[in-house]
Design a protein around this ligand. Structure first.
Ligand code: UGA
Length: 449
C-alpha cells in the first residue's frame, strides 16, 4: 500500500513517521524545500521528543521519504492523508484554505483509485464537501472517496500518543473505505471506532472542547476556592478518586493555550452559532479561559499598585512543557501587559526562547538559566511548569531575588514548603502566602485573591 501524507506539521509529520515506523511505505509532501531537506537528514522541523530518531531510522531504511514534488507522488498513491493546518479566522471559524489547496493538487494528479483521509481538525460536514470538491476537480477517470480520521496526539508526547493512542476514530461512507483504514492501522493494535464522517468530525471537536471545559471548570472552582478559603489542589485530588471524574485535566492554572483548545473551542462555538444553536458550556469555557490568563497579572497589580521600573523574572514561555510552541501561550498577553506597565522583563525558557524572540526581539532580555532570570528581580512569574523550573529550590528565589515574591501560574510549589521559607507567594486556587509587615498582612490578604 502506498501512503502519502500532505503537510508536515505536527499532525502530518508524526502520522507519516509513525505509519512508516510500523512498516508502511510513506512519502510526506510539503511545499517548503528547506523543511524537506532538514527532514531527510533526520532533523525534525518541530521540537518533539523521539521524532528525530524515528524520522532518521525510517528514512535510512527507505520506508519514509520526503518531497516537494506532489505531482509524482499523488499519481499512484493508494491512501493520501491530509494533515495540513486549519488555523483560526478572525471570527473564530476554521480556515480551510490549506485543506482545499491540498485537495485541488490531489484531484489534479491522482491517476488511480484512492482514499483521501482527512486528519486535520475540520468543521462538521467538511469531509462531505471535500469529497464533492475532489470529484468536481478530478482530471482522470478514477474512483475517489474521503474518510475522516481525526488525530488525538498532544504536543510533547506526540509520538507516544500516536503509537499507543487511546483510540483510532474512522468516519466512513463505505465498507471499502473502512477496510482500507483498518488495513492501514492493523499494526497499531488499538481500539478502532468506526462511524460516519460527520460523527468522526464531531468526536474530535467534542473531545478537545470537553477537555478545555474541564480546565475552565477547575479554574473557576480554583477562583472560588480562593474566596472561601479552600485549596483547589486538594479539591481536585478529592474529586479524582471518583472514576467517573478521573484525575486528568483538573490542574488549575492560568488557562489553556496551544494550537488546539483555543482554536477548537472557538470553531465549534462559531459553527453552532452558524447553525442557529448556542453552545453555552463552550461559550463559558472560552470566557473563563480569557479571564484566567490575566489572573496573576491582576494579583501583581493589586500587590504593587504600579509595576513601573520593576525587574520582573519570567519563568517559562511556551504554552506547556515539552514543546517550543507559543501559539496562544498565556505568557504572550501577560508579557505585553507587563511591558505596557513599564516593567523590565528578564525571561527564561528551556526551548521557547527562539520563537519568543520572533515576537519580542528587543523588548525583553533572554537568559539561559532560571537563576540568571531571578538575579536581583523584584517579582517572579511562573507561566510554564517545565521540570527545570519546578525543580528550582525555593532557597534560590530567596538568595537571588531582590525581593522574593512569586506569582506561580502553574502551582509548582507546595504551600507548606513556601510557608516554611517565608516567601511571598501567590498561586491559583490556594491561599496566598504573605511576607509583609504584620499591619499590612490582613489588608493584603483580603485584597489579593
Ligand atoms: C490537545 C489535546 O490534549 C489532544 O488530545 C489533541 O489531539 C490536541 O490538542 C490536538 O487537537 O491536536 P495539546 O494542545 O498538545 O493537545 O496540549 P494539552 O496537553 O492538551 O494542553 C493544552 C493546554 O491545557 C496547555 O496550555 C496546558 O497547560 C493546559 N492544561 C492542561 C491545563 O491548564 N490544565 C490541565 O489540567 C491540563
Amino acid at each position: 500500500m502506498k501512503i502519502v501524507v500532505a503537510g508536515t506539521g505536527y499532525v502530518g509529520l508524526v502520522t507519516g513517521a509513525c505509519l512508516a515506523h510500523l512498516g508502511h511505505s510513506v512519502t510526506c509532501v510539503d511545499t517548503n524545500k528547506e523543511k524537506i531537506e532538514l527532514m531527510k537528514q533526520g532533523i525534525s522541523p518541530i521540537y518533539e521528543p523521539g521524532l528525530d530518531e524515528i524520522l532518521k531510522k525510517n528514512y535510512e531504511e527507505s520506508r519514509l521519504d520526503f518531497t516537494t514534488d506532489y505531482k509524482s507522488v499523488y499519481k499512484d498513491a493508494d491512501v493520501i492523508f491530509i494533515g495540513v493546518g486549519t488555523p483560526e479566522r478572525e471570527d473564530g471559524s476554521a480556515n480551510l484554505d490549506y485543506v482545499y489547496k491540498a485537495s485541488e493538487q490531489i484531484a489534479e494528479n491522482v491517476e488511480k483509485d484512492c482514499l483521501v483521509v482527512v486528519k486535520s481538525t475540520v468543521p462538521i460536514g467538511t469531509n462531505d464537501k471535500v469529497e464533492e470538491f475532489l470529484k468536481e476537480h478530478l482530471k482522470n477517470d478514477v474512483q475517489i472517496e474521503v474518510a475522516s480520521n481525526p488525530e488525538f496526539l498532544s504536543q510533547g508526547t506526540a509520538v507516544k500518543d500516536t503509537l499507543y493512542s487511546s483510540r483510532i476514530v474512522i468516519g466512513v461512507k463505505s465498507d471499502r473505505a473502512r477496510d482500507t483504514l483498518r488495513e492501514v492501522y492493523e499494526r497499531f493494535n488499538q481500539p478502532i471506532v468506526v462511524t460516519n464522517r460527520r460523527s468522526a468530525e464531531m468526536i474530535k471537536y467534542a473531545s478537545n472542547d470537553f477537555l478545555a471545559l474541564k480546565i475552565s471548570f477547575i479554574n473557576e472552582i480554583a477562583n472560588f476556592c480562593e474566596i472561601v478559603g479552600a485549596d483547589v489542589e486538594d479539591v481536585a485530588n478529592g474529586m479524582s478518586y471518583d472514576p467517573r471524574i478521573g484525575d486528568k485535566f483538573l490542574k488549575a492554572g492560568i488557562g489553556y493555550g496551544g494550537s488546539c483548545f483555543p482554536k477548537d473551542t472557538k470553531a465549534l462555538h462559531w459553527l453552532a452559532n452558524d447553525n442557529g444553536y448556542e453552545l453555552k458550556t463552550i461559550k463559558a469555557t472560552i470566557e473563563v479561559n480569557e479571564n484566567q490568563k490575566y489572573k496573576l497579572f491582576r494579583k501583581a497589580k493589586q500587590r504593587f499598585r504600579s509595576l513601573k521600573g520593576m525587574k520582573v523574572a519570567i519563568l517559562g514561555l511556551t504554552f506547556k512543557p515539552g514543546t517550543d510552541d507559543l501559539r496562544d501561550a498565556p505568557s504572550i498577553p501577560n508579557v505585553r501587559r507587563l511591558l505596557d506597565e513599564g516593567a523590565e522583563i528578564v525571561a527564561y525558557d528551556p526551548v521557547g526562547e527562539e520563537n519568543f524572540k520572533k515576537l519580542f526581539p528587543t523588548e525583553i532580555t533572554y537568559v539561559k538559566t532560571p537563576e540568571e532570570t531571578l538575579k536581583d528581580a523584584d517579582a517572579a512569574f511562573i507561566f510554564t511548569e517545565w521540570n527545570e523550573i519546578k525543580s528550582l529550590h525555593l532557597n534560590i528565589y530567596k538568595e537571588l531575588m531582590n525581593t522574593p515574591i512569586i506569582f506561580d501560574g502553574r502551582n509548582c510549589y507546595k504551600i507548606n514548603d513556601v510557608e516554611e521559607k517565608a516567601i511571598e507567594y501567590y498561586s491559583v486556587g490556594r491561599k496566598a502566602i504573605l511576607n509583609l509587615k504584620e499591619d499590612a498582612k490582613s489588608e493584603a490578604a483580603m485584597a489579593i485573591v
